[in-house]
Ligand binder design. Sequence first.
Ligand code: FES
Length: 64
Amino acid sequence: MTVEIRIQDDDCLDISGKFDVLDEDGNAYPHHGKLRLCRCGASKTKPYCDDTHVEINFESKVRA
Ligand code: FES
C-alpha cells in the first residue's frame, strides 16, 4: 500500500496509508488510514494537528 503525504496550504501534513510513526527512542506507533501531523508548531497535541493553526493564522504554501 502506498503512503501519501499531502502538504496542504496553511494547514497540516495529511498522511494516509499504512505506516509507523517512530518516537525519538525508535518506539513504533502503527497507523493505518489517515493521520494529520502539525507543521505550524503550535498544536497542544504534538505531533498531531489539533487545528490550532487556524487560530494563529498559520501561513505556509510550499510546493514539492
Ligand atoms: S498544523 Fe494544525 S495545529 Fe499545527
